[in-house]
Design a protein around this ligand. Structure first.
Ligand code: URP
Ligand code: ZN
Ligand code: ZN
Length: 460
């Protein structure tokens, strides 16, 4: 099967030119100006941008968390991702404390196998690093293709590891060419502040925000960077939100260590004033919380300075009914918000259209850098001969409005209700197949493939 995409403007992390793209089966086999070739299917992309399929390396699908499950499963979540131009996601497996990493993998496979519409991979969250866990790391990197290990410096009592475990894990992961990603906030300080607010009868969502001040993130980010530098292990800070934390990274990277930073779309465009509307603020109860306008400015600058390499979502949706679990106590509101479908269009509209980032930077931070950092490049993350034909055909001019009434995520509200965006995903190809066209999904669950990833030491 050969597909020819004609006359699109190809945007990669480094290029911007008009050309034709020839795809055979799942792979790009030629790129050129007015290619004289035959094809089974021809797509006219005149006036449109052709960009590599988005990669969202931070999503939580069908995840057991805070007494419930995130409301998008592997089918609805990866389908919504495709509608929004994201062709590959990386989800998180959570080790249960006391159990093995392998048993967690089996549990997650039970929910995800044959259920994905788009491509996916896993990070392994290590919540209990001990001699048994230590012996499993090599197997995960070399056999399972799971080369990144998540740690939580918060969520004390459930997911949090201490610094002793962190150092031990870093040493093991470095040995085999993997990477540690981290939720970097100071879990003890946060625990103290939650208990203090509750003792004072302060139960509204606003106190979720006030229990996680900037310093809790700045301190943990710096501490993580120091441990990563000491062990020589590559590190990746997920969902970084604020000036203090980015300054800790800025300082650390003077040592030339491999330390990468992800922010999420919500931290670039939403702010903490949303917590002022009583329980409505629960829609944006996430950890870390939304921050201040000055932090948004820092994050946009961080993208352009190359200090922030990835814009993800931390997609972790809950139905309103689930959010109500915390109506009398902010600490019981399931943490997370939906964005898997909105990331690419929102970042284009708010970032490229408003002149905050270039088109090349947009591709870098929505796709290419994640592919490199997580060992998938050049299979994913670019439009090049030999790469998977994961291509978004994008109309940079079309305006539309985001709403829960029209989105495809399995959640009954939108964090962006009524937002006007300029720029729309029109057609999405995943491994050569037209997956989305004209607001319709043309592939079924089971089409999405598990992507075994390479050692990150090969791509960063
Ligand atoms: O609020 C969030 N971020 N929920 C998902 C779990 C995590 O910390 O990433
Ligand atoms: Zn987190
Ligand atoms: Zn997360």
């Amino acid at each position: 099967m050969r597909t020819l995409i004609k006359n699109g403007r190809i945007i990669t992390a480094t290029d911007n030119y008009v050309a034709d793209v020839l795809i055979e089966n799942e792979t790009v086999i030629a790129i050129g100006f007015q290619l004289e070739v035959t094809a089974d299917k021809i797509i006219d992309a005149t006036g449109k941008l052709l960009m590599p399929g988005g990669i969202d390396p931070h999503v939580h699908l069908d995840m057991p968390f805070m007494g419930t499950y995130s409301s998008d499963n592997y089918e609805t979540g990866t389908r919504a991702a495709l509608y929004g131009g994201t062709t590959t996601v990386i989800d998180f497996i959570l080790q249960k404390q006391g159990n093995s990493l392998q048993s967690a993998l089996e549990e997650w496979k039970g929910r995800s196998d044959n259920n994905c519409v788009g491509d996916y991979s896993f990070h392994m969250a290590v919540t209990d690093f001990n001699d048994n866990t230590k012996n499993e790391i090599k197997h995960f990197i070399e056999e399972e293709g799971i080369t990144s290990f998540k740690t939580f410096m918060a969520y004390k009592g459930a997911l949090m590891v201490d610094d002793r475990q962190m150092i031990g894990l870093m040493q093991e992961v470095k040995k085999y060419g993997g990477l540690i990603n981290v939720h970097a906030t100071n879990g003890d300080m946060i625990d103290y502040l939650i208990a203090k607010h509750k003792a004072e009868g302060k139960m509204a969502p606003l106190y979720h925000y006030l229990s996680q001040p900037e310093i809790t993130e700045a301190e943990a980010s710096g501490r993580f960077a120091d441990m990563a530098s000491y062990t020589g292990c590559p590190g990746y800070i997920v969902h970084l939100t604020c000036e203090g934390a980015l300054n800790a990274v800025r300082n650390a990277t003077r040592r030339n260590q491999k330390l990468f930073v992800e922010t999420c779309i919500q931290y670039l465009i939403l702010d903490a004033s949303l917590y002022e509307n009583n329980f409505e603020g629960a829609k944006w109860v996430m950890s870390p919380p939304l921050r201040e306008k000055k932090d948004q400015e820092t994050l946009w600058a961080g993208l352009n300075q190359g200090l922030v390499q990835v814009v993800a979502t931390d997609h972790c949706p809950f139905m309103w009914e689930q959010k109500l679990m915390g109506k009398d106590d902010f600490s019981k509101i399931p943490n997370g918000h939906p964005a898997i479908e909105n990331r690419m269009e929102l970042l284009f509209s708010e970032g490229v259209n408003k002149g905050k980032i270039t088109l090349n930077k947009y591709v870098e931070v929505t796709s290419t850098n994640a592919a490199k950092i997580f060992g998938m490049f050049p299979k994913k993350g670019t439009i090049a001969i030999g790469s998977d034909a994961d291509i978004v055909i994008f109309d940079p001019e079309e305006k539309h409005t985001l709403s829960a009434a029209s989105h495809h995520m399995n959640v009954d509200y939108s964090g962006y209700e009524g937002w006007e965006v300029k720029g729309k995903v029109k057609t999405v190809l995943l491994r050569g197949k037209v997956a989305i066209d004209n607001n319709q999904c043309l592939v079924d669950k089971g089409y999405g493939q598990f992507i075994k990833r390479n050692k990150v030491s090969q791509t960063i």
